[in-house]
Design a protein around this ligand. Structure first.
Ligand code: FMN
Length: 190
């Protein structure tokens, strides 16, 4: 590849074909596979090398406890509460994405949040490339007290949502991927 020819690397193709999967199957990556992928995702550019992030895996009953915390945060009862509480059960594995801010005069919190977000995007891509279905989900209660408490977050920690991870459903991945018109996103200051 030269500067003038179109890039065709495996990385370029993996990024171009990635997509979110709102429905996934019950299969999920094991801890050992997650650690392997996190070792790569954690290589994100990180101002000051603060590593201001961590991930929390929620499987099985932990997803139910998250559902209860969401319903509590929303102050819902009855069927509405049950329906919200069931949302974390849509995937066998949730990875809570946590910005774990490090005191720094040089690197403000927004930069540390950008690093955490970068890790989540990188990990999503790596999981997709490894054949797992992933979607990053948030919602109005992502930063509610009950939800932070359920995850055991510290006072300098904030959730950026969850990567819902499961088996990739059996269908052509190309059917969904959105096209990007690059020229619409690049201007030049003169
Ligand atoms: C920070 C963030 C939060 C998101 N929250 C949600 C969400 O709450 N619900 C949802 O369905 N998708 C959520 N998404 C996924 C986007 O909807 C999805 O990436 C978008 O529709 C584009 O689809 P694609 O990833 O397949 O290209 C989120 C993505 C990001 C990056």
């Amino acid at each position: 590849m030269s500067a003038s020819s179109p890039p065709e690397s495996a990385l370029y193709e993996a990024i171009l074909s990635r997509r979110s999967y709102s429905r996934v199957t019950d299969a999920a990556p094991k801890r050992s596979e997650l650690l392997h992928l996190i070792a790569a995702a954690g290589r994100i550019a990180d101002h000051g090398s603060l590593s201001p992030w961590r991930l929390i895996a929620l499987r099985g009953k932990a997803r139910e406890r998250l559902g209860s915390a969401l319903a509590k945060a929303a102050r819902l009862n009855g069927d509405d509460a049950s329906s919200l509480a069931a949302k974390p059960l849509r995937a066998p594995l949730l990875l809570a994405v946590v910005a774990s801010y490090v005191p720094s005069e040089k690197v403000p919190r927004w930069e540390q949040e950008a690093v955490t977000s970068g890790v989540a995007h990188m990990l999503s891509l790596l999981l997709d490339d490894a054949g797992w279905g992933v979607i990053w989900r948030t919602g109005p209660h992502t930063r509610a007290k009950a939800v932070a408490k359920m995850h055991g977050l510290g006072k300098d920690e904030e959730l950026l949502g969850w990567l819902y991870v499961g088996g990739m459903p059996d269908r052509t991945r190309s059917s969904h991927t959105k096209k990007v018109t690059p020229s619409a996103f690049l201007t030049t200051l003169r």
